[in-house]
Design a protein around this ligand. Structure first.
Ligand code: URP
Ligand code: ZN
Ligand code: ZN
Length: 495
């Protein structure tokens, strides 16, 4: 008879699932959750979780790690450092992006990227960015990708080197529908942004704040409306990435009320930061440049309201590894910028040439917990849905990730709900030289992170080794299935 019943028992914690909160022990065997209940038998190892809240480990379904540009560069955040940061912040798995370079096949873009990802300490999968949907890519490469378990595509409606025309977007939607893949969309109107940028530059307005002026909410609302309308035409499920404002969220809510399979994601930056963060001495506003842009301060509560009514049901980080010293201050150092790489007399880039994106893979969950749960805007099950369970459902990982049910991977975060911390970049594990949340006081912190039954982080020390993360192949799943409604009963995608 075995000397113990479980490999690991988390004893006496308050368990929070996507549906409920209850007191129980949690037993783990062979990396999976094996039992929940009071008074479970002995574990080879035990963790005393009295006073702690036990949630599923986070699934960050939108982050950019080590992304490779066509010029041979790679984003500064490596899989090693980024995944260490993820685990330290309670996130046990993530989805990042396989790039496609325009004019290149998928195979010829970012060679070796998947091999780099094997350095991850957290479990991972990919969305495939499609920037050049040629017949060959759509007919051969995307089906091969889906067969390998990479079942989600990302498209951009803006950024010069990345954006698709409406005709190309329709091709991607139709291909995804035929293959049972999911589509995620960056929704901003490229021409409208370019028009505003030219006028701002002509007027001599070049500061980081003008990044926001160049792409106000109406630009996001228009593209969100269009992205949903075209997805509805094809009958292809989509998720609208990084929703920053009520106007875009309202488009999603209206479409959902019609039964369209569209979901909305937002990020901590849109819940906590604002125009004020785009202003500061020594070009500090560049640290908060991301797209869609940060909004006026009052917009944040409207985004929270759309979380509370369920319109926005995933909070991802959209983590981007651009250090302030090496990239944010260097004009045109990323494809995630818009227009000519113009510099100003002091050498800093004009707003339109600042690389877009903020680092947040480690702070995502502490900020959401503190601003959401500790401040009473959301309850614990909502926190679980927003941080892991809904993403698992949308991206084909339901039952494996984001769950406390027996059989699920034993990915857990143990939260001290009373821990009061001040976010300091010096204490974070990412490779980036700043955090936009520097100095923010938070209440609630993940003190232990468990990945597939192993203690991956304890009190800030990352124990999981580089390369111990696993690739997550994803099979067919319900959220990606069309609903069977096309105009006039004629399915153009299948004709
Ligand atoms: O500013 C952002 N969001 N940068 C990352 C690229 C993207 O648009 O997701
Ligand atoms: Zn985007
Ligand atoms: Zn992104």
């Amino acid at each position: 008879m075995a000397a113990h019943d479980f490999d690991l028992v988390i004893r006496g914690g308050t368990l929070a699932s996507a549906a409920e909160v209850f007191e129980a022990d949690l037993g783990i065997r062979e990396g999976r959750i094996a039992a929940l209940g009071r008074g479970l038998g002995r574990g080879a190892e035990e963790i005393d979780a009295r006073g702690l809240i036990v949630t599923p480990g986070g699934l960050d379904s939108h982050c950019h790690l080590e992304e490779m540009g066509q010029d041979g560069s790679a984003q500064e955040e490596s899989f090693d450092s980024g995944s260490a940061a993820a685990l330290a912040g309670g996130t046990t798995s993530f989805l990042c992006f396989l790039p496609q370079w325009k004019g290149h096949s998928l195979a010829a873009s970012a060679p070796g990227y998947e091999a780099r990802a094997r350095a991850s300490r957290a479990d991972y999968s990919f969305h495939q960015i499609v920037t050049d949907p040629t017949p060959e890519v759509m007919a051969r490469e995307v089906p091969a990708l889906v067969a390998r378990g990479i079942r989600s595509l990302k498209v951009f409606l803006t950024y010069d080197p990345l954006r698709l025309t409406d005709a190309q977007y329709l091709e991607v939607l139709a291909t995804a529908k035929r293959l049972g893949a999911f589509v995620t969309v960056h929704c901003e109107n490229f021409d409208a942004i370019g028009w505003r940028i030219q006028a701002l530059l002509k007027a001599g307005l070049t500061d980081p704040l003008q990044h926001a002026w160049s792409r106000p909410p109406v630009v996001e609302r228009e593209a969100t409306h269009r992205a949903i309308a075209l997805a509805e035409l094809v009958d292809q499920p989509i998720q609208v990435f990084h929703v920053s404002c009520e106007a875009a969220a309202a488009e999603i809510a209206r479409a959902r009320a019609r039964g369209v399979k569209v979901w909305g994601e937002t990020c901590p930056q849109y819940l906590t930061l604002s125009h004020e963060d785009l202003v500061g001495p020594d070009f500090a506003g560049a640290k908060a440049v991301c797209s869609p842009a940060l909004r006026e301060a009052a917009e944040r509560e409207r985004v929270w309201a759309r979380i509370q009514d369920g319109t926005l049901d995933v909070v991802s980080s959209d983590h981007c590894g651009f250090s302030f010293a090496t990239q944010k201050r260097v004009a045109g150092s990323s494809a995630y910028g818009t227009g000519e790489a113009a510099s100003r007399p002091d050498g800093t880039p004009a707003f339109n040439a600042i690389p877009n994106g903020v680092p947040g893979i480690e702070t995502r969950l502490p900020v959401l917990f503190s601003e959401g749960v500790s401040k009473g805007r959301i309850d614990l099950p909502a926190f679980v849905r927003l941080s892991s369970a809904n993403a698992a459902r949308l991206f084909g990982l339901e039952g494996r990730k984001g769950s406390l049910m027996p059989g699920a991977d034993a990915d857990l975060a143990l939260w001290d709900p009373d821990a009061e911390r001040t976010i300091r970049n010096a204490e974070l594990h990412h490779a980036i030289d700043y955090t936009p949340w520097e100095g923010m006081a938070v209440k609630g912190w993940p003190v232990v992170t468990i990945r597939r039954g192993e203690v991956a982080v304890r009190e800030g020390e990352v124990l999981a080794r580089p390369g111990s993360g696993r690739f997550l192949a994803r099979g067919p799943y319900a959220a990606a299935a069309p609903r069977g409604v096309v105009p006039d009963g004629f399915d153009a995608a299948l004709a």
